[in-house]
Design a binder for this molecule. Structure first.
Ligand code: ADP
Length: 624
């Protein structure tokens, strides 16, 4: 069995190494054991149930919550030559008939269904005699009210155990909490399952947090680093989505909106355009994302604070599923806390509100704090980061540096708050400290204060940032609806020089620093990559599937790095299984040959020297 499992990985997907815990998850199902598999997005969950389906005799039924997810997975399986189908309400009568014929004649190994369909007695009676080898429940957190996406129809799946006795049930989710795991076990009546929990840190994601001072220009700076690449911009409100998307469209970006206020057809069209790479950017509320399997999302921007760190993990998790570098930038303003609070107060029950507000405070501390972002997120999900420096966040990359005269700077700010009689907010205080000529400051005579203009060498948003840090450190507190600043006893200790706070600022050098993801482009011929990308789009359009289903970005980069010109060599490129080589290997080789001769570059007919291509799967572990 072990050999069959390995052979399937190579034959169908063209990988030679398993990602962490994949092998264990696959072996458990193959030996008839139930599983709870918790792997982060991009952890390779699909293969954990698709490989058993292919190597076990009979049919594997996969329960999936969304039509679009099912469709993408079935399309992807068809591309690798794995016999899979789906049954759902959108199918025509003829399609349905054809599917049943294929099922009856045992031509299918994997069948995707919705939970309602699977539990339909007629359906169960039909599939039972076909010999069911295992049941896979994808997005299994949907059974739990404690998850972020509870679906009542998933609850009914508890009946499966009795309906299909003795058949192993594999459950798969990226939701990490213990409570959700317990719920999956109990609700689905799993029998002593093998529980496999992966590491939640995603080392290929580069986290950057920036205070938001000019949203459009900050967003454009990020987009300019990712020209022509796919990305998502999350906004808090529908109106923010419409505004930002419109501005970006006016500026010529290929951006489309997505939020719950749009009608279903428009939303669907925009999502499909994004997946098909007819648009580069989706500007969306949290409503967007579930069911997006697109593996080459290269950036996720949050234009405001996310609702919780669970949401942040989920939303940023949509970037870099192919294991290549991807950038996640959170542009926040302390006011976002109040925006969310307002939204939640109007939408949640008192009990739920408490939980949400606690989660919001965690996001606030995460955003305004200066701890390694990978470490903070890992800790939040109860895991330790085993590296001292993640090399993939603004803190560890020293985008930030300590303010050299922290004590003096802090004293200037605190003393200004006191001199303003503790009745103004952060924005106003920052104005006084930089020496602003704002009307209200002049009208209050605050241009006469001894603190007026004391931090004139800083910008207003830099001073606001320092005020935020002092608030977080407990030296200042915000009071009332307007966030009036007051100096706390801890702040008074700073004023008396009894305590020196550690303040941070954006390092000047980081402004011109290129994105770290450049490293994952090492030795990649970018021009060739672009040509391959175009060819991929052409093939994808002709076959009516998303581009990333044809070949992942990781595979394209390997091709553009190694420039193989012999079809036989394609087997060594991770991500090229047998069928893909057969179907479009020839066109790829032709393109590389043409490119090499056009540019007078040596293409490689064999791996020269010792530096051959990495072991399949190995490239996924390469960091930014
Ligand atoms: P998840 O469902 O956990 O988010 P997917 O199953 O979509 O993850 O897999 C994410 C990406 O990783 C896909 O592009 C997939 O082809 C790739 N992948 C899966 N298993 C391997 C492997 N063993 N080696 C290399 N890449 C893999």
């Amino acid at each position: 069995m072990t050999e069959a499992i390995q052979a399937a990985l190579t034959r169908y997907w063209g990988y030679t190494a398993f990602l962490p815990l994949q092998r264990e998850a696959i072996q458990a199902i193959c030996s008839g054991k139930d599983t709870v598999v918790v792997l982060p997005t991009g952890g390779g969950k699909s293969l954990c149930f698709q490989i058993p389906a292919l190597v076990l005799p009979g049919l594997t039924v996969v329960v999936s919550p969304l039509l679009s997810l099912m469709k993408d997975q079935v399309d992807a399986l068809a591309e690798v030559g794995a016999p899979a189908g789906r049954i759902d309400s959108s199918m025509t009568e003829a399609e349905r008939r054809e599917l049943f014929v294929r099922l009856r004649s045992n031509q299918l190994k994997i069948l995707y269904v919705s939970p309602e369909r699977l539990l339909n007695p007629g359906f169960l009676d039909f599939v039972r005699p076909l010999g069911i080898s295992s049941v896979a429940i994808d997005e299994a957190h949907c059974v739990s009210m404690w998850g972020h996406d509870f679906r009542p129809e998933y609850r009914q799946l508890g009946a499966l155990r009795d309906a299909l006795p003795g058949i192993p049930i594999g459950t798969y989710t990226a939701t990490a909490t213990e409570r959700v795991r317990q719920d999956i076990r109990a609700q689905l009546k799993l029998a002593d399952p093998l529980v496999l929990i992966g590491r939640f840190d995603r080392p290929n994601l580069l986290f950057r947090l920036e205070r938001r001072y000019d949203l459009l220009s900050q967003v454009r700076q990020i987009l300019d680093r990712h020209r022509g690449e796919s990305g998502i911009i999350y906004c808090i409100r529908k109106k923010d989505v419409d505004d930002l998307c419109e501005r970006l469209q006016e500026l010529g970006y290929r951006a489309l909106p997505y939020h719950a206020g749009m009608d279903d057809a428009d939303r669907k069209r925009n999502q499909e355009a994004f997946v098909a790479e007819e648009a580069d950017i989706v500007v969306a509320t949290v409503a967007f994302g579930m069911g997006i399997d697109k593996s080459n999302v290269r950036f996720v921007i949050h234009s405001g604070m996310p609702k919780s760190l669970e949401h942040y993990q989920q939303e940023t998790g949509r970037a870099g599923r192919d294991g290549l570098g991807a950038e996640c930038v959170l542009l926040f303003s302390p006011g976002d806390y109040h925006t969310w609070k307002f939204i939640l107060e109007n939408a949640e029950s008192t009990q739920a509100l408490d939980i949400h507000l606690r989660k919001l405070s965690d996001v606030y501390s995460f955003s305004t704090g200066y701890q390694c972002r990978h470490r903070s997120l890992s800790q939040y999900f109860g895991q330790r980061l085993d590296r001292l420096n993640c090399m993939a966040c603004d803190v560890c990359l020293e985008d930030l540096e300590p303010v050299t005269d922290s004590l003096v700077v802090a004293q200037k700010i605190l003393s200004s708050v006191i001199r303003q009689r503790e009745v103004f907010g952060a924005e106003y205080t920052a104005g006084v400290l930089i020496g602003s000529r704002e009307q209200r400051i002049l009208a209050n005579g605050h241009d006469q204060l001894s603190t007026y203009g004391l931090l004139g060498d800083l910008t207003k948003h830099e001073v606001r940032d320092l005020i935020e840090q002092l608030t977080l450190l407990g030296a200042l507190e915000r009071t009332g609806d307007f966030g009036v600043l007051r100096v706390t006893p801890a702040g008074r200790q700073i004023l008396k020089s009894e305590h020196t706070p550690r303040l941070m600022r954006v390092a000047k050098k980081s402004e011109a620093r290129p994105g770290r993801e450049d490293v994952s482009w090492k030795d990649v011929d970018r021009e060739l990559f672009e040509e391959l990308r175009q060819l991929r789009s052409t093939i994808a359009r002709a076959r009516n599937v998303p581009a990333y289903v044809i070949l992942s970005d990781a595979t394209l980069r390997e091709l553009a790095r190694w420039r193989p010109i012999e079809p036989g060599v394609l087997q060594q490129i991770p991500g090229f299984g047998k069928k893909k080589i057969q179907d479009y290997g020839g066109r790829i080789i032709d393109l590389i040959r043409g490119y090499a001769s056009k540019n007078g570059i040596a293409a490689r007919s064999a791996w020269a020297g010792t530096a051959g291509p990495p072991a399949a799967g190995g490239q996924r572990r390469r960091r930014l």
